[in-house]
Ligand binder design. Structure first.
Ligand code: DON
Length: 307
């Protein structure tokens, strides 16, 4: 049997010399000061075991990784009607690109680019207040992470809002097409806060387990979303989770994943477990450079590539 604790340790050791490579996101000022030397790794297994290495218990800003949780919740809430608001094709463009929106009637390509995540959050709100919506997102993540201390970093959320001209542009542009159901600032108020959720690798890996287990939380036993929806979220993560770097990530790692500009990546190994890595130095597409190296080696050593 594969010694998974050893695979984690080896992947961590192989990636460690690359610490500090890449560029820390600075377009959100509150993220710019994070130490690029951080590097954490956590593997959560369905039996509750978590194997960790490095800074696995330090909280970081999950940023775009949050888009996976809001996608799951929006699908649970409005079902297939979500696909009236957002597509499921890779964009091949940067995470914050606006170009396709114009020729595609304000319908974003997929739920993992910024425009698509904002459209997904709009559907998740479903007539409620922004506060009620972020409370649902937090409750869901806290229960999965087995830690009720997980919270929004309000300093990061404020920083995102203050420098959020690009996201405001995307949202107003969609609004101009009539595709949003709620006021722009209500939607962005939730979006900025969901991106500013702070979690550790250990918490994030646990929180992703339901996607590895066909929508069922193996720790509590609850069926959180339908199995076919979990499989489809994984498909979208595989094809769109790293924007214009998704092909390269699939080529190297072979697992569904979602990156965030805070330097976190959540990776799902269907049927096996959930992996979270964090190191703030990013490649050009906003994916953790060290995190991707570690995941590439881990997936290979564990034999978990889906291909
Ligand atoms: O909306 C933004 O630009 C950020 N809150 C999230 C972007 C992000 O994490 C892109 N992913 N790698």
């Amino acid at each position: 049997m594969t010694d998974l604790a050893r695979c984690v340790a080896e992947a961590y050791d192989i990636a460690l010399p690359h610490r500090g490579e890449g560029k820390v996101a600075d377009y959100i000022p509150a993220l710019a000061g994070v130490d690029p030397q951080h590097f954490g790794f956590a593997l959560a297994l369905p039996d509750g075991t978590v194997h960790t290495a490095g800074d696995a218990d330090i909280s970081f800003s999950i940023q775009s990784v949050s888009k996976v949780f809001t996608l799951a919740l929006a699908l649970r809430r409005v079902g297939s009607a979500l696909w009236d608001s957002v597509g499921r094709e890779p964009s091949g463009s940067a995470f914050n690109s606006i170009v396709q929106l114009e020729s595609e009637a304000g319908i974003p390509r997929n739920p993992l680019i910024n425009a698509g995540a904002i459209a997904t959050t709009d559907r998740l709100i479903d007539g409620r207040s922004g506060d009620a919506t972020i409370a649902e997102i937090l409750d869901f993540i806290r229960a999965r992470a087995c830690d009720h201390a997980v919270d929004v970093d309000l300093n990061v959320a404020a920083s995102e809002s203050e420098t959020g001209a690009r996201n405001r542009s995307l949202t107003h542009f969609m609004d101009a097409f009539g595709t949003l159901r709620h006021p722009v600032e209500t939607v962005l108020g939730v979006y900025f806060r969901q991106c500013a959720i702070a979690m550790s690798c250990r918490q994030l890996a646990r929180a992703g387990l339901f996607l590895a287990m066909e929508g069922r939380d193996p720790l509590g036993g609850e069926q959180l979303i339908d199995a076919h929806r979990a499989r489809r979220i994984n498909a979208i993560m595989m094809l769109c989770g790293h924007y214009d770097n998704s092909g390269e990530f699939a080529f190297r790692v072979g697992l569904p994943g979602k990156s965030g500009v805070g330097g976190g990546i959540l990776c799902i190994a269907p049927g096996h477990g959930s992996i979270a890595v964090w190191s703030p130095g990013l490649n050009d597409a906003g994916t953790s450079l060290v995190g991707a190296i570690a995941l590439e080696h881990f997936a290979y050593a564990a034999g978990w590539s889906v291909f």
